[in-house]
Design a protein around this ligand. Structure first.
Ligand SMILES: O=C(O)CCC(=O)C(=O)O
Ligand SMILES: [Fe+2]
Length: 294
């Protein structure tokens, strides 16, 4: 990375790259405590580690072939949970319950009763209020694996402050945007690097993104222009940070009838997204965070 590109997050020391995930400071949840839940083994033939976690007494192993580094400059897709429908179902139940305001301490949002007229609904909650078991898996284990495969993600602190839950009907979409942080100047927005972790559940979606580059002469971040489509499936975890943290992205469409594990969405169809990231929690954004995204 160019020396002129002054990323906003603090660089972490090389020794901390082995930790599972790092909340740096402040009123954030300390996800470093999750390290005890992982079992890492080092295979002798290829120098990479294998991470295994246990969920409801069942081992889940992050296999190398299920980790796709989309860009070495900061995008990783983890497909491990595609084949763990029980975990997907528990996550769906939790998200629907939180969106409806049925989880303790979480005020819900207006929830679609009619799939023909609604596109989507959102709920932002402070990261500390997000279910800690799921945070351990998504921000702890999956993030650790992403960092092992994409070295640039090791260079900066994780900084999870917000959990955003979104339910999309089959008509749902989300326009082109960057995941900006309220209250920062446009210059400061350019420098955000702490990773975003985004999990898909339910029907597949077409997620589109434009890759950022660093200008070799000026060292400045340049936004991409060419849109690249990616089909996200239930259980997928997409992680983007470092140079790609502020890439432009959108959800073009949801693909009906792709809920192949027949996950129960409580009588609805569509898709759920969980996004965990840095940001400031504003209760007034609940149900209307798109105002904050574009
Ligand atoms: O639903 C998704 O996959 C992406 C959601 C997103 O980009 C956002 O909420 O900022
Ligand atoms: Fe986004």
């Amino acid at each position: 990375m160019s020396k002129n590109f002054n990323f906003r997050s603090e660089k972490v020391s090389s020794s901390s790259t082995a930790s599972t995930s790092g909340s740096s400071s402040g009123n954030k949840k300390d996800v470093t405590k999750t390290s005890s839940m992982f079992k890492s083994t080092k295979p002798t033939e290829n120098n990479s580690t294998t991470t295994t976690i246990t969920y409801k007494d069942m081992p889940i192993t992050f296999k190398k072939e299920d980790v796709e580094v989309i860009s070495n400059s900061g995008i990783v897709l983890i497909k491990t949970f595609r084949n763990h429908p029980n975990l997907q179902q528990d996550l769906i139940n939790y998200c629907l319950s939180a969106l409806r305001g049925n989880e303790e301490g979480i005020t819900g949002t207006e929830f679609p009763t009619d799939e023909t007229t609604f596109q989507k609904c959102f709920l932002d909650i402070p990261f500390e209020q997000f279910n800690s078991k799921f945070a351990d898996i998504i921000c702890g284990a999956a993030m650790k694996v992403a960092k092992e495969h994409c070295k640039i993600l090791q260079d900066y602190q994780d900084d999870f402050r917000i959990a955003q839950l979104c339910y999309y009907t089959n008509k749902g979409k989300l326009g082109w945007h960057r995941d900006r942080i309220s209250g920062l100047t446009p210059e400061e927005q350019h420098l955000i690097v702490s990773p975003v972790v985004s999990m898909s559940l339910g029907n597949d979606s077409i997620f589109s993104y434009k890759l950022n580059t660093i200008n070799e002469t000026t060292g400045k971040l340049e936004y991409g222009t060419e849109a690249i489509d990616l089909q996200l499936k239930s259980g997928d975890i997409l992680i983007f940070g470092a140079t790609q943290r502020m890439f432009y992205h959108c959800v073009k469409r949801i693909i009906p009838s792709t809920n192949h594990h027949k996950l129960d969405m409580d009588g609805l169809s569509g898709r759920i997204n969980i996004t965990l990231r840095e940001g400031t929690y504003y209760p007034e954004n609940i149900g209307a965070p798109t105002a904050n995204l574009f």
